[in-house]
Structure formats: structure tokens, C-alpha cells
Design a protein. Structure first.
Length: 144
């Protein structure tokens, strides 16, 4: 099972100061990422800049609206993510519990399973399944 593991932002990580991680935290996260890689769990992972550097596009009634940052409610924003390949949610939870705290004070990591093509079996025609497989293959080739 693939899952996205999201590090929730905090008021400090969203502040104007930007809360750059300490060397100690960067080293601890580096060691954790190496463990994930050696175990074959980590597919990708990145930190995300504060929302003040982003934009949102809202879709409603056939129209689009661009919303300028910053965005409210830091705890609802994402400050970083991993994509993991694990056997189960229990395994993902075991790995998340081993993660160094991403920020000082209270912070959260959220784990969500990704949809797989078979989850859409009734809605995906053989042509759509083939197109999905082709796109995934192209992405894998680009990653090499």
C-alpha cells in the first residue's frame, strides 16, 4: 500500500521568520530518511515552503478563482510530506512513531492511504487503465 505522510504546519513554521529547522533536526531527519530508504519504504519526500509563498485555485460553478497567500489555520496546512510504500497502515504508523518531532512543541503527522487503480475498477475502462499504466511508466522512466 502506498500512503502519503504529511507533516502539518505550525504557527511557527508559517510565521514570517519561517522557522528554519536546526542542524540537529536536519541531521535527525536525514538519518530517519536513510532508514526509510534502506527499508525500501520511502518513495519521495520533501519539505514545503510556508503558505505565504503559494497560491490556491478554487473551482466553483465552472469558474476558477485564484486565492493569494497566506492562508489561515496553520494546523490545516502541510509543511512537508513523504510518499511511503508499506504493507499496511500499522506499518506506516510504526514508521511515523519513529520519526523525530518535525517541530518543537506540539506538531502532527497525518498518514493517508493513496488510491490505487483497482479502487476505481468499476469506473476505469480498460483504455483508462492502459493510459494510467503508461503515464506511471513514463514517470518512472523520468525518475531514473
Amino acid at each position: 500500500m502506498r500512503c502519503m505522510v504529511m507533516v502539518r504546519a505550525t504557527a511557527e513554521s508559517e510565521s514570517q521568520a519561517g522557522a528554519v529547522p536546526s542542524s540537529e533536526l536536519l541531521e535527525a531527519m536525514g538519518r530517519f530518511n536513510e532508514e526509510l530508504m534502506r527499508a525500501g519504504v520511502m518513495l519521495a519526500g520533501e519539505g514545503i515552503k510556508p503558505s505565504r509563498e503559494g497560491k490556491r485555485v478554487r473551482f466553483a460553478d465552472g469558474k476558477q478563482q485564484v486565492i493569494d497567500a497566506p492562508f489561515a489555520e496553520p494546523g490545516e496546512l502541510i509543511a512537508g510530506f513523504w510518499l511511503w510504500q508499506v504493507r499496511s497502515m500499522d506499518e506506516a504508523l510504526e514508521w511515523a512513531r519513529r520519526c523525530p518531532p518535525p517541530f518543537e512543541g506540539q506538531c502532527e503527522i497525518e498518514i493517508r492511504p493513496l488510491y490505487e487503480a483497482e479502487d476505481f475498477a468499476d469506473a476505469m475502462s480498460p483504455e483508462l487503465q492502459a493510459a494510467e499504466a503508461r503515464l506511471r511508466g513514463e514517470l518512472a522512466d523520468r525518475a531514473r
